[in-house]
Design a protein around this ligand. Structure first.
Ligand SMILES: Cc1cc2nc3c(=O)[nH]c(=O)nc-3n(C[C@H](O)[C@H](O)[C@H](O)COP(=O)(O)OP(=O)(O)OC[C@H]3O[C@@H](n4cnc5c(N)ncnc54)[C@H](O)[C@@H]3O)c2cc1C
Ligand SMILES: *[C@@H]1O[C@H](CO)[C@@H](O)[C@H](O)[C@H]1NC(C)=O
Ligand SMILES: *[C@@H]1O[C@H](CO)[C@@H](O)[C@H](O)[C@H]1NC(C)=O
Ligand SMILES: *[C@@H]1O[C@H](CO)[C@@H](O)[C@H](O)[C@H]1NC(C)=O
Ligand SMILES: *[C@@H]1O[C@H](CO)[C@@H](O)[C@H](O)[C@H]1NC(C)=O
Ligand SMILES: *[C@@H]1O[C@H](CO)[C@@H](O)[C@H](O)[C@H]1NC(C)=O
Ligand SMILES: *[C@@H]1O[C@H](CO)[C@@H](O)[C@H](O)[C@H]1NC(C)=O
Ligand SMILES: *[C@@H]1O[C@H](CO)[C@@H](O)[C@H](O)[C@H]1NC(C)=O
Ligand SMILES: *[C@@H]1O[C@H](CO)[C@@H](O)[C@H](O)[C@H]1NC(C)=O
Length: 613
């Protein structure tokens, strides 16, 4: 971890929050009782399921998590320092992509959270729901109106707790409280530390209002335009599925959590008619150590994330039968789409030198300033460290007349869904290029939101402790590179607003060189990375679809007793940073599991009786 701040400064202020009789770190110590539900992964979605299922005191629930408990390191709680938590820390799976042809063959770090809370414990806290069109498309491709914007609305409210910003400022006009939950577990808020960019951004939304209009709440179902960022922060501190959903209910006696234990496969425990039932879970703490097994009496829920859930399925013989056979794994269920259709958002940091001494770059230059800001955060959760990287962001569509639409269909779900995003950051924020150590900067991050490229997760080996092969296919299509170039040009137009006169000095050299189409493309391919939103690897599809991995009730197709609830299930990548869509979908999934909903099973039976119904 880059240590521009000495973490030992505050560690002593913290108590370890995660200590309870309900948690185990040794599988052999588990009580010998039977569990109704076994949840694989105490991550973003898994903890929502664990919390909701244990609301019923009759339901016995076990959660198995590969990572450890949160350890009281304040970095986990300080929003501005979120980027320090990955890649390659004690809190991550240290994955790397295969060389990306669209990125001049570069390999990109591909961390996922590996601790209680999963990736919600290390992510960058952006809270963005996406457009109503995105969800309405999920409803139409799955045939389940429950996944529509209106169908999910009760779950958006159920999940959220809108909290005042850390500085207590008046947020009128920055967020519409009527659109947000007030009593849910997860804290959300707008910025709690004003920055010099705020006025410049607002002035630009007025001056260049046709391209960059102001949107007073980009989470209304229509995200288009520029608005204040909402984030999963309350009182200046990260709110995650660990802090909001799991840790508060560890006192429930019907919940057990097994940590530092990796699920290696799921297995068949019986049949219902001709449908195989998968309620068995195998787990271990290392490849050489002992292996354990447990059967759930009701269901197994895979919430290991969009990389590891397909890995577990394939290790279990569920996947493309031919591919599994060639690895020496006996196919149990031929489901070719497991691990396919990986869809991610490419990210590019466009950096400008600015004439200012107030950007957050000061903390990289002056440890006295950094420590003072950190001490202030520790004292009363105010100051520079209370916020995610940005105070504002915007979502945009390509013009209808864009020439690319003569060769490519519009991949978005509808006219409210963006093609690209611009994040406005008061400092240097780049994964591709390390901080130069001096200088003051503004970063306009451009993210490609509606990629047409698709990648995959496959197995490298039959060892459950080996990394899978990850290919997000970044910038692999003509549409994707076109749209990224248009996004860069839009960022250049934004930075050219008169509010930035005398403030923006010059683009950081690689961007300055990107002056024509060829150099823009070269710049994009050389500097793009990812915002780490892999989705779609266990995609949901309609009961009778001949593709996809889970049905609209999130059962693995052709099985009973086995569901998936994590970011793999999105049939299309949401036009948003995916945690908010995932939390609301996990809240609904918990209700489906509680009710034991099996619509496709009954649909099949009905179809058999009434073939022309
Ligand atoms: C660096 C980074 C920044 C991001 N920033 C944002 C952001 O600002 N806003 C946003 O909306 N999204 C962001 N995302 C994406 C978002 O956080 C994820 O899409 C989301 O959290 C994924 O949730 P999940 O439930 O699918 O998986 P996870 O939260 O990753 O949970 C999976 C859990 O399963 C565990 N696990 C995996 N394999 C096994 C196994 N075999 N046995 C037992 N346990 C296992 C993992 O350790 C983990 O705890 C970011 C992602 C990254 C990596
Ligand atoms: C992170 O660790 C992986 C696996 O050990 C390694 O391949 C990669 O180079 C490391 N990445 C960084 C950015 O240190
Ligand atoms: C990732 O790398 C960090 C730093 O080297 C290490 O502490 C951690 O154990 C690694 N994670 C895994 C899953 O190997
Ligand atoms: C799980 O179920 C299978 C099939 O019914 C059975 O053979 C096995 O013994 C069970 N395992 C455990 C740990 O109960
Ligand atoms: C990928 O997704 C598309 C759209 O949902 C679907 O038509 C296609 O069959 C999927 N392909 C794979 C390999 O899953
Ligand atoms: C930043 O600080 C330097 C050194 O103190 C000073 O010369 C410069 O004028 C300051 N710039 C601004 C924009 O305040
Ligand atoms: C928080 O603490 C800082 C000093 O560390 C102080 O300047 C500030 O006024 C305090 N804010 C509140 C709201 O108490
Ligand atoms: C920047 O603004 C100037 C003056 O308003 C204008 O002439 C120029 O075309 C703009 N450049 C871009 C890239 O928008
Ligand atoms: C920018 O272009 C010039 C002229 O082609 C070249 O010399 C320089 O190396 C380029 N700089 C960067 C950072 O790409």
């Amino acid at each position: 971890m880059p240590s521009f701040i000495s973490s030992s400064l505050f560690v002593s202020l913290y108590l370890i929050t995660f200590a309870s009789a309900a948690t185990y770190t040794d599988p052999s110590q588990l009580p010998s009782k039977s569990y109704d539900y076994i949840i694989v992964g105490a991550g973003t979605a898994g903890n929502v399921i664990a919390n909701r299922l244990t609301e019923n005191p009759q339901s016995q629930v076990l959660v198995i998590e590969a990572g450890a408990a949160r350890d009281g390191n304040p970095y986990l709680d300080m929003p501005l320092l979120a980027p320090e938590l990955s890649p390659n820390t004690s809190y991550t799976w240290n994955y790397t992509t295969v060389p990306q042809p669209g990125l001049n063959s570069r390999e990109i770090p591909y961390p996922r959270g590996r601790l209680v809370g999963g990736t919600s414990s290390i992510n960058w806290l952006f809270w963005t729901r996406g457009s109503s069109d995105d969800f309405n498309r999920y409803a139409s491709v799955t045939g389940d109106p429950g996944w529509s914007w209106l169908g999910l609305m009760p779950y958006m409210y159920k999940n959220e707790k809108l909290t005042p910003p850390a500085d207590g400022h008046d947020t009128t006009g920055q967020i519409n409280p009527a659109l947000h939950g007030k009593n849910g577990p997860l804290d959300i808020s707008v910025y709690g530390y004003a920055r010099e960019l705020d006025d410049k951004v607002m002035q630009t939304t007025k001056e260049l209002s046709s391209e960059f209009p102001y949107n007073s709440d980009t989470n209304s179902g229509n995200p288009l335009g520029v608005g204040y960022l909402q984030s999963s922060i309350g009182g200046g501190t990260r709110s995650s599925s660990a802090s909001a959903y799991l840790e508060p209910v560890l006192t429930r006696t019907n919940l057990d959590v097994l940590l530092q234990t990796t699920v290696t496969k799921v297995y068949q425990t019986g049949n219902n008619g001709d449908t195989p039932i998968f309620r068995g879970v195998q787990f271990a703490q290392s490849s050489s150590g002992p292996s354990y097994a447990l059967n759930a009496t009701k269901e197994v829920i895979l919430s290991a994330g969009s990389i590891n859930t397909p890995q577990i399925l394939m290790l279990s013989g569920i996947g493309d039968a031919n591919a599994l056979q060639s690895l020496g794994i006996k196919p149990v269920l031929d489901l070719p789409d497991v691990g396919r259709n990986l869809s991610d958002h490419p990210l590019l940091s466009n950096i400008f030198a600015v004439n200012s001494n107030n950007t957050f770059d000061v903390i990289f230059e002056d440890s006295t300033v950094a420590n003072a800001d950190a001490a202030q955060w520790a004292e009363n959760k105010t100051g520079l460290f209370v916020d995610a990287l940005a105070n504002q962001l915007g979502w945009f569509r390509l013009p209808k007349t864009s020439p690319i639409f003569q060769q490519a269909e519009d991949p978005t779900a509808g006219s409210k869904s963006p093609h690209y995003e611009i994040i406005i950051i008061d400092g240097w924020a780049s994964i591709a290029d390390p901080h130069p150590g001096t200088g003051h900067w503004m970063t306009l991050v451009t993210n490609l939101i509606s990629p047409t490229s698709r990648g995959s997760v496959t197995l490298a080996s039959t060892d459950p402790f080996a990394s899978p092969v990850i290919d997000p296919g970044l910038l692999n299509s003509d549409f994707d590179i076109y749209t990224m170039k248009e996004a860069i040009k839009a960022a250049q137009r934004f930075s050219n607003g008169s509010a930035f006169n005398g403030f923006v000095e010059s683009p950081f050299p690689p961007l300055a060189n990107a002056t024509d189409d060829a150099s823009l493309e070269q710049y994009a391919r050389e500097h793009t990375t990812t915002v780490w939103h892999p989705t779609g690897t266990t995609a949901m599809s309609a009961c009778d679809a001949d593709y996809g991995v889970v049905d609209p009730d999130l059962n693995v197709k052709g099985t009973m007793g086995l569901r998936i609830v994590d970011a793999g299930i999105f049939p299309y990548i949401p036009g948003a940073h995916p945690q908010a869509p995932l939390y609301m979908m996990a809240e609904r999934a918990a209700d489906l599991i509680k009710a034991g909903t099996q619509s496709c099973y009954w649909y099949d039976r009905l179809f058999w009786w009434l073939p022309h119904w």
